[in-house]
Write a protein that binds this ligand. Structure first.
Ligand code: MRU
Length: 345
């Protein structure tokens, strides 16, 4: 890797899946190489890699790796074993639809590939690698569309991490901010720390600081008050699943930000690729919400901060109703209300 080449969150290197270990950032930048598909599945589950597009691309490479690990068999048997691996990968995290989207896309390709195991293995790896490149291109396109919505000079609030670390590179919400900065806009970013896992403080602040983009960390509870004081010009967040009417699942806390933004008349933008739209859901009621382990709430970096024995709730995502979204920034352009009609188009 040359010095000027941006880091890739997910890559294929010498026959293994290489991931940035996001559980140890920002203290250390560590790359982990995976040669077994089961370990790739565990990396998604344990959030070594996280963020909707990043886990989709990782699962795609995991399936390609799984295909390579399967012994030669007749075509039907090979596809049957491959589909067992696909099921395990799909089940690693429930909310981000990009994960199933990526695995389904590869399974469809496997079923349509003429030939036996060797041809299927080759086709899957080629397609997974293509998806990695597409992800970066999609983010850059979204960035160009979204940059126009940001002020020439101002403060943008974001929640969680929808950056290079949540994608293969460049990012969705942070891609919009990067593109605005590249276009000469003077943007200051406020990063919600994003309890309980602190993706905003640990990841968003780290990657923006690496790029020299001014960023200030705030506790989640500060956003509304800053809006009231006129300190926030707009909000840009990513998404894990968007239903056909525009209801948007994203990191827990996004809904509160959207409510506060509406109250204060501040634009609330969602930047997400079309692979995040779940056309099978008419609205957000059916979006599966992941509930993660209590330890994420009760401990910070291994140290218990909650009293023993008191129950906690830990839903990892919430759903922001479409009516609170000012516009969706996608790789095909900016979508304004009415969303049901514009998304369908
Ligand atoms: O639990 P995480 O860290 O995977 O949640 C990530 C988010 O909520 C992101 O905002 C979302 O995936 C969009 S990433 C481009």
């Amino acid at each position: 890797m040359t010095k000027t080449e941006p880091l890739r969150t997910v890559a294929w290197v010498d026959g293994s899946v290489r991931l940035i270990d996001q559980t140890v950032l920002p203290a250390r930048l560590v790359f982990l190489d995976y040669t077994y598909w089961q370990d790739v599945a565990e990396a998604i589950r344990s959030m070594v890699v996280r963020g909707a597009p990043a886990i989709g691309c990782t699962a795609a490479l995991g399936l390609a790796l799984g295909a390579q690990s399967l012994e030669d068999a007749d075509r039907a048997e090979f596809l049957r074993r491959l589909s067992e691996i696909a099921d395990v990968l799909r089940a690693t995290r429930p909310t981000a639809v990009n994960l199933c989207w990526a695995v389904d896309r590869l399974m469809l390709l496997a079923e349509h590939t003429v030939g036996g195991a060797a041809e299927i293995r080759r086709a899957l790896l080629a397609q997974a690698l293509k998806m990695l490149e597409e992800d970066i291109e999609t983010n850059r396109r979204m960035g160009r569309f979204g940059a126009e919505l940001l002020p020439n000079e101002g403060t943008v609030l974001t929640h969680c991490n929808a950056g290079a670390l949540a994608t293969v590179g460049y990012g969705t919400a942070l891609g919009v901010i990067r593109a605005a900065v590249e276009a000469g806009k003077r943007i200051h970013v406020l990063a919600d720390e994003t309890r309980p896992r602190l993706q905003g403080m640990k990841l968003t602040a780290w990657e923006l600081a690496q790029d020299g983009i001014p960023v200030t960390i705030i506790a989640d509870c500060m956003a509304a008050s800053l809006m009231r004081q006129g300190g926030i010009d707009c909000v840009v967040v990513g998404a894990d699943r968007i239903s056909a009417n525009g209801d948007t699942a994203n990191k827990i806390g996004t809904y509160s930000v959207a409510v506060a933004a509406r109250y204060h008349g501040i634009p609330f933008y969602v930047a997400a690729p079309f692979s995040t739209i779940d056309f099978s859901l008419a609205n957000g009621d059916g979006i599966p919400i992941e509930h993660r382990e209590d330890v994420e709430m009760t401990h910070i970096d291994g140290i218990r901060i909650a009293p023993d024995g008191v129950p906690v709730l830990n839903p990892s995502f919430d759903v922001t109703p479409a009516e609170l979204v000012t516009a969706f920034i996608t790789e095909r352009g900016v979508l304004h209300p009415p969303f049901t009609a514009h998304i369908a188009e």
